[in-house]
Design a protein around this ligand. Structure first.
Ligand SMILES: Cc1cc2nc3c(=O)[nH]c(=O)nc-3n(C[C@H](O)[C@H](O)[C@H](O)COP(=O)(O)OP(=O)(O)OC[C@H]3O[C@@H](n4cnc5c(N)ncnc54)[C@H](O)[C@@H]3O)c2cc1C
Length: 485
């Protein structure tokens, strides 16, 4: 039975966590305060301050208003909140004197303008973004409490009843994650071999850093990470943890949304799994800068490879697996080129490639599914059906395609983020990953050793040769050699 960490034991266990030795104060400047960012607003708050508590709702409202009034041709303004009780040193370094303090920062700038209880227009002006005028729809929805603007929670709400709400997307993804833990991980042979263990641990690490930090699913993920050895030892240990967290992460809702289940109870697993994959892929864009430690695991290529390995070892649908592995192992959708990133400072756009690649892959599967269904049912209007298979459809996102029907990739990416990433205010949080000793490291280490040995031998050779030469010129012993000649 896995140990139940509580109280002091939990504190002790957190000290043993990867990265516990990391000294944040000396090493880290929050990435949102660095210049390499778009326009953004950062609120420094104290959870205990009455002003902050009453300002919280207003800050969220302003963020939502700006989000709705930002035209597609303007950069997105992101909203962040830093707790000064957690990141005390950040607040000291930024000379925060009172709470809440609002910093507005322009794109590519680290020079904040400090604002006091700002309106949406004041913020937009400070960060250099033009907003659409406040229209009647927005004012009406404020009065009537229209669903579009309802602050559901940090995961947000959706506009269209037929389209899955973002909240439903997260419920579906969580259900598929726990379903997979219960039924897929140990399904093949009752134990995990070494490559399955590596894949499982990489997958959990990927979810740990790439999922939205505010998602309740982290309680389960953290518990799995804290008990990784025990979880990989037996199915019983894994099930124990899943059942312990099941109600918290899935709530009372233990069924996939109607859009995933198509009305059949218990159906919807692959649909929720896709949702989880897409959330991870957007998380790679949004969260890569929040990771400290194992930077070698933070790349589009590593994330995609981890997903590929997960499908290989733990996705039970055989035909799906076959398709996915064939596609991936043959550089499908050009990922071998698209995921190439320089080790140092990859360009910001390079992080988008994984999410866009996955979107293309999913659309390709949609097409395959429709074609298979049509050939079974002899559907005449295949062309029309295929058009609908391409996600997002034009009714949901008219701007995603241009007039000639070509995808507008920037808009598609924004749409993906809207569907798969929480809107509103992001609570600043770093994660620390422990560097793994990989085979590559071992190879690099051996190479280095060989290189150093070679260098030492050559240097010793040169020294011996020089000494000998000097000795000969001093003693004149070379004569002996000349005599011989
Ligand atoms: C990795 C993987 C591979 C699969 N391979 C196959 C296969 O080879 N053959 C097969 O028959 N089935 C395959 N499936 C199952 C199939 O893709 C569907 O999941 C299943 O048919 C259920 O379809 P659905 O209508 O619920 O929507 P799904 O395709 O499961 O999609 C779920 C939701 O994602 C959103 N969505 C749709 N397309 C995209 C997109 N391109 N980008 C972002 N979001 C999107 C929509 O909101 C949709 O409701 C695979 C599933 C997975 C997870």
């Amino acid at each position: 039975m896995p140990p139940d960490y509580s109280g002091d034991e939990r504190k002790e266990s957190s000290k043993r966590q990867p990265g516990a030795e990391y000294d944040e104060e000396r090493h880290i400047k929050p990435y949102i305060l660095k210049p390499e960012n778009g326009p953004r607003v950062v609120q420094f708050y104290s959870p205990w301050s009455g002003h902050c508590q009453s300002y919280k709702a207003k800050y969220i409202d302003v963020a939502k208003e700006i989000n709705l009034r930002t035209p597609l041709d303007q950069p997105e303004i992101t909203f962040h909140a830093i707790s000064c009780s957690v990141y005390h040193w950040v607040c000291v370094q930024n000379k925060i004197k009172g709470f809440p303090t609002i910093f507005a920062l322009k794109a590519n700038s680290a020079e904040p303008q400090i604002l006091k209880d700002p309106s949406a227009d004041e913020i937009a002006h400070a960060v250099g973004v033009k907003l659409k005028p406040l229209d009647q729809d927005y004012t009406r929805s404020q009065k009537t409490g229209d669903d579009t603007f309802r602050p559901v929670d940090i995961l947000g709400a959706s506009i269209d009843g037929l389209v899955r709400t973002r909240e439903a997307v997260y419920i579906d993804a969580a259900l598929s994650f726990t379903h997979a833990l219960k039924t897929e991980i140990y399904s093949r042979q009752g134990y995990l071999d070494s490559s399955q263990r590596e894949t499982f641990s990489d997958w959990i690490d990927l979810l740990y850093w790439a999922l939205p930090p505010t998602w309740i699913l982290h309680t389960l993920i953290n518990d799995i990470r804290n008990n990784m050895d025990s979880v990989m030892l037996s199915e019983e240990n894994l099930l124990y943890l899943v059942n312990k967290h099941n109600e918290v992460v899935n709530g009372k809702q233990q069924n996939w949304s109607p859009q995933c289940s198509k009305g059949t109870y218990g159906q919807g697993y692959p649909c929720g799994l896709w949702s989880l994959f897409h959330i991870v892929s957007i998380g790679v864009i949004e969260r890569h800068r929040a990771v400290l430690g194992a930077k070698d695991q933070i790349s589009t290529e590593f994330a995609a490879q981890t997903m590929r390995n997960y499908v290989e070892h733990f996705f039970g649908c055989e035909s799906c697996r076959k398709y996915f592995l064939d596609m991936y192992d043959n550089c499908g959708f050009n990922h071998c080129q698209r995921f190439k990133q320089p080790k140092k400072l990859p360009p910001p756009e390079s992080w988008n490639q994984f999410a866009l690649w996955l979107w293309e892959v999913h659309n390709d599967v949609n097409k395959k599914v429709i074609e298979a269904e049509s050939s079974r049912e002899r559907v005449a209007s295949l062309k029309q059906k295929l058009q609908q298979a391409a996600w997002p459809t034009t009714d949901v996102c008219p701007e995603c395609k241009d007039k000639r029907g070509k995808w507008n990739i920037d808009v598609v990416l924004r749409h993906l983020k809207k569907q798969y990433w929480p809107g509103g205010v992001q609570n600043f949080r770093y994660v620390v990953l422990k560097k793994k000793e990989s085979k590559n490291d071992e190879k690099a280490w051996r190479g280095e050793l060989l290189e150093n040995t070679f260098f030492v031998l050559v240097s010793v050779g040169i020294i011996i040769w020089c000494t000998k030469k000097q000795y000969v010129s001093f003693t004149g012993q070379h004569k002996k050699y000349e005599d011989f000649v």
